[in-house]
Each structure stands twice: as structure tokens, then as C-alpha cells.
Ligand binder design. Structure first.
Ligand SMILES: *Cc1c(COP(=O)(O)O)cnc(C)c1O
Length: 414
């Protein structure tokens, strides 16, 4: 009989994506299961960033906007991200934060369907999306109705032509549940509504097909599975068919048709360039550019398959512990095809349990109410890492390490 360890090693040996791990700088003795919050450092980022600072900024000074094509970077890098979104060129811009891009996208969607007064919004949306949707509703005189994906069809039938837009998170940040993007998009369109997808927890982990699925607008961040670095700029996808009519609320000078004409009135640029706002943090933007190199030539379907297999392996290894620990539960969908790239467990003492795991070098995070999140980037996480995490959790719970005073932290900042 093979042991769990032998099984993990066999799976790692057969893993076609395993060599990608060498492209990341991972600290020794750490199992990093929080790449869904802050991706790991890509090898070439420090040197590329040093070059941007010393040569481009230091030597070229203001000339770098032309000589190093800083001006074009938000659209050029947008096109690189577009490849991960299933988007043809000229439909993605990089900049600002996801919060700001979401405000842009939802406002623009509602304006494209003016006269309709209702937004159907994910009951399980990430907080920033709910807070901003409420503000967009106040600004435009709309109403928000929060519904789960399961209740969406019924809500669409009931409210039909009242609905201007629907907005969902592609992967639930708490449970890791993956929604059916084409199906939900089509349901919205059947009532004439537009969709705004938040793909923060999907991009880089799940193959997306924004063009083929007729997605209208999508936003997402680049510091999670795309490893862009802390606070790296977010992106906005807007389908080309909407560009001419797209009326974005943030009309900054970088989105002007003639930004250096310094004219009085705003006149939007053609195409996705109208979604630019102002001067971006170029160091962060160009660090992201370097980090994206790891995705060159990577098949996201293979990444998704590995993520699903990792999840199944993690749950298999957890089976005994789950049987003997009634207070430990599985919150994520059991079916691999319905998960993104994380498995969430529940435990009444989630915070001290996670603190004890982190003390053992297994880094995940917690979310209320009592959820332990284990997310993995399949570009650098191995089967043996997940086995290690399970063994650590077994030890923490059997030894009662989470009861130790040093782990009674009120809230972990992760
Ligand atoms: C991480 C995340 C955000 C983050 O928004 P910021 O503006 O970058 O802080 C927004 N939405 C979702 C769904 C997220 O998972």
C-alpha cells in the first residue's frame, strides 16, 4: 500500500506544470496557501524593477514616457491580461484598483441601459462590490436587489426589463465556488441586461472566455493569481461592441482623445483608451508586466485541471481528520469542476487554528464566520505542499496548539 507521502510524490513527479515553480522565489520551510490574496514573487521582478528605477527613471527621466513606452503600458499590458481573459486586443486597460474599476464598470453598464432601474447583485459579493454598488445606486437613482446565483433566473424572470445590470463574482472569495459564466451571462442578456463580472479570484486560475461568452464588462485584480505584487493595478475589460456608447464616470485626462492638447472639455479617446483615468504607479505597473512573463505559453486549462486535482487530493488527505473532528467542516463545493483554486474549511476557532498553522509555516487565511481559506496557485504549489498542510492541521488540532495563549489573536490581518 502506498502512503500518502508516496502518493503525493508520485503526483508531483507526473505533474507537467511542476517546472514552473522554479520561476518563483518561495521562502524555504513555508507552504504558501495564500496566493489567492497576494501572489508570490516572480524571479525576474526585482531585476526588472531595478532597471525601471535606475535606467528608465534615473537616466531617461521624463523621456521614459516615450523611450520606454510608459505611455502605452496600460493598454499593452491590458492586452497581455486579455489573453488570460479570452479577450482579443484593445478591450482591456490596466490601472487603478479593482474597487475603482468596479465603480467604473457598474456605472457604465447602468448608463448603457438607462431607463431600467434595478441592479441584481451577488448576495455573496466581496464587500467592496456591495459598498460600491450601493453608492452607484444612490448616484443614479437605482435599486439593488441582492440574489444568489441559484435565485438569479427567477429574479430575472420576475423583474425582466427593469434590470439594467447584474453583477457577480466569478469565484466566491469565501467558498471558492465557481459560477457558470456563460450561463449567467446569457440569462442576463435574455432580459436585455448587461453583466459586470468580478474575476479577481478567477483570472490566472481558471480559463476565461470573455469574448466567446459575450461578457459585457469585467474587472479584476492582478496581485492575486497574477502575482503582480502588493497593490499592483487592476484591470477593466469592456467588450468592443460597447466602446462607442460606453460612458464611464471617471473622465480623467489620460482617457481624453487628445490628452496633451490640454483642451477645456472632455472628449473621450477611441476604444478602450477612454477607460484610462490618470497617471498610474508605473513601478507597480511594470512589476506586473515582468510578473506576467510566467504565464507566457501556459495553458490555463492545464492550470485549472491541476487546481481541481490538488483540491481533490487535499480533501482526500483530510478525510480522516474530518471524520474524527465534528467541528471541522468543508464549505467549498465537493465537485472539483465547481471550485476555483481554493478549499475553505469551517472551524469555530478558525483564527487561532490559522495562527497555529502559520506558526508551523503553513500560510492560509481566515474569513468570517469561522472560515479557514486554503488557496493555491497551481503554477507553484505541489501535492506534497497540500499534504504538509493537512499534516500540520492534524497536529495543531490533536495537540490543541490553537489553544495556546500566543495564538489567541483577535483577528489576523491577511
Ligand atoms: C480582492 C478582491 C477585490 C479587491 O479590491 P481592491 O480594490 O483591489 O482592494 C475586489 N473584489 C473581489 C471579488 C476581490 O476578491
Amino acid at each position: 500500500m502506498t502512503t500518502r507521502r508516496e502518493h503525493a510524490e508520485q503526483l508531483d513527479a507526473a505533474d507537467q506544470l511542476a517546472p514552473l515553480r522554479e520561476q518563483f522565489q518561495l521562502p524555504p520551510n513555508v507552504v504558501y496557501l495564500d496566493g489567492n490574496s497576494l501572489g508570490a514573487l516572480v524571479n525576474q521582478v526585482p531585476d526588472r524593477l531595478a532597471d525601471v528605477v535606475t535606467r528608465q527613471w534615473g537616466d531617461h527621466l521624463i523621456r521614459a514616457w516615450n523611450e520606454d513606452a510608459w505611455w502605452q503600458a496600460p493598454i499593452r499590458i491590458g492586452d497581455r491580461i486579455g489573453k488570460l481573459l479570452g479577450a482579443g486586443p484593445g478591450q482591456v486597460v490596466v490601472g487603478e484598483s479593482t474597487s475603482i474599476q468596479f465603480f467604473q464598470a457598474l456605472t457604465a453598464a447602468a448608463r448603457l441601459r438607462s431607463g431600467r432601474r434595478l441592479v441584481l447583485s451577488d448576495l455573496n459579493h466581496f464587500p467592496t462590490n456591495r459598498y460600491l454598488a450601493a453608492s452607484v445606486a444612490r448616484l443614479l437613482g437605482l435599486e439593488i436587489l441582492e440574489v444568489s446565483a441559484d435565485d438569479l433566473q427567477a429574479a430575472l424572470r420576475e423583474h425582466g426589463s427593469d434590470v439594467c445590470a447584474i453583477s457577480f463574482g466569478a469565484v466566491d472569495f469565501r467558498t471558492g465556488a465557481l459560477l457558470d459564466i456563460p450561463q449567467i451571462t446569457e440569462a442576463a442578456h435574455s432580459q436585455g441586461a448587461l453583466v459586470v463580472w468580478d474575476v479577481c479570484h478567477a483570472v490566472g486560475a481558471v480559463p476565461l472566455e470573455c469574448d466567446a461568452d459575450q461578457v459585457d464588462l469585467a474587472v479584476g485584480c492582478t496581485y492575486k493569481y497574477l502575482n503582480g505584487g502588493p497593490g499592483s493595478p487592476a484591470f477593466l475589460y469592456a467588450a468592443a461592441r460597447h466602446h462607442a456608447a460606453l460612458d464611464l464616470p471617471l473622465t480623467g485626462w489620460h482617457g481624453h482623445a487628445d490628452p496633451f492638447g490640454m483642451t477645456h472639455a472632455f472628449e473621450p479617446a477611441e476604444g478602450i483608451a477612454k477607460a484610462r483615468v490618470g497617471t498610474l504607479p508605473m513601478l507597480s505597473l511594470l512589476a506586473l508586466d515582468a510578473a506576467l512573463d510566467v504565464f507566457d505559453g501556459v495553458d490555463l486549462t492545464a492550470v485549472q485541471t491541476k487546481s481541481q486535482d490538488l483540491g481533490d487530493f487535499f480533501l482526500e488527505c483530510l478525510a480522516d481528520l474530518l471524520n474524527t473532528t465534528p467541528e471541522l467542516g468543508v464549505v467549498s463545493p465537493r465537485r472539483a469542476t465547481r471550485r476555483g483554486s481554493q478549499v475553505t474549511l469551517s472551524h469555530p476557532e478558525a483564527s487561532p487554528v490559522m495562527a497555529a498553522l502559520i506558526a508551523r509555516g503553513v500560510i492560509g487565511d481566515v474569513r468570517p464566520p469561522g472560515l479557514l481559506r486554503f488557496g493555491w496557485n497551481s503554477l507553484y504549489i505541489r501535492y506534497q505542499d497540500l499534504l504538509h498542510a493537512v499534516e500540520a492541521l492534524e497536529t495543531v488540532l490533536s495537540e490543541g496548539e490553537h489553544r495556546r495563549p500566543e495564538h489567541q489573536v483577535p483577528r489576523l490581518v491577511t
